[in-house]
Design a protein around this ligand. Structure first.
Ligand code: KIV
Length: 272
């Protein structure tokens, strides 16, 4: 079904809620640096997530756990400098909010002051309710994240689909309703059955953004390196690759190296 798109000059948390009530789907992608963020923003993506997936795709770590608050602020401030339209949401990294609500607030304030980001995202449900309330009371918009929460990978032991069993599905619905009730402006649902994700999206008025959660939610998010095909080792079912940049870039860079060796580059027009 196609829906008339309103022309938003600047996306705010309110615009996203309005999009949901108008039936307009929300587009969200990650970015971690100035150049990529400029392209994503110019292309018209509504929300840029400075995800802690930077730990994987930018730093080469196996999990999202090692990235620090300082490193997230560095990535986020580079993104913010590039953006004119999109809402910039910044992940609170592992270890920066789990201890207590005061720590969660301090970390969020650092992100907002030092990066210029517009909102924070954190993983979890009722266990972190008090932290979410504390951040919201300070006037900082919060996006929730339920389902597969990669910061808990050592508790889950696997990156497989979450909430397939009734008990976990029920907790997820309760958590999503709690996130709406305390005042979050949106929630990410990662890698859960499409039917459950739709049920959640239909049961709350704030936007639900899915990754591996099917088409019945209010918007979609992907990691930019994955959708551009920069990483050919990661092929989950939910991923649509729009380019094969790994191959294209390897070819181009190989050609450059060969041109340097053969002295084809630079030619006479490429020098002063
Ligand atoms: O860090 C990230 O990229 C994320 C998305 C997968 C939602 O949290």
């Amino acid at each position: 079904m196609s829906v008339a798109k309103k022309d938003y000059k600047r996306i705010t948390t309110k615009s996203l809620i309005e999009m949901k009530s108008n039936g307009e789907k929300i587009s969200m992608l990650t970015a971690y640096d100035y150049t990529m963020a400029k392209i994503v923003d110019t292309a018209g993506v509504d929300v840029i997530l400075v995800g802690d997936s930077a730990s994987n795709v930018m730093a080469g770590h196996e999990t999202t756990l090692p990235i620090t608050l300082d490193q997230m602020i560095y990535h986020a401030s580079s993104v913010v400098r590039a953006v004119e339209r999109a809402l910039v949401v910044v992940d609170l990294p592992f270890g920066s909010y789990q201890s207590d609500p005061k720590e969660a607030l301090r970390s969020s304030i650092r992100i907002m002051k030092e990066s210029g980001g517009h909102a924070v995202k954190l993983e979890g449900g009722k266990e972190i309710k008090e932290s979410i309330k504390k951040i919201l009371h300070a006037g900082i918009p919060v996006m929730g994240h339920l389902g597969l929460t990669p910061q808990s990978i050592y508790k889950f032991g696997t990156y497989s689909v979450r909430a397939k069993e009734e008990e976990e599905a029920e907790k997820l619905i309760e958590d999503a309703q709690m996130l709406e009730k305390v005042g979050c402006f949106a929630v990410v649902l990662e890698k859960i059955p499409a039917e459950l994700a739709k049920k959640v999206a239909d049961s709350i008025s704030i936007p639900v953004i899915g990754i591996g959660a099917g088409g019945g939610v209010d918007g979609q998010v992907l990691v930019i390196h994955d959708m551009l095909g920069m990483n050919n080792e990661f092929s989950p079912r939910f991923l649509r690759r729009y380019l094969n940049l790994y191959e294209e870039m390897t070819k181009a860079i190989g050609q450059y190296a060969a041109d340097v060796k053969s002295q084809d580059f630079p030619n006479e027009k490429e020098q002063y």
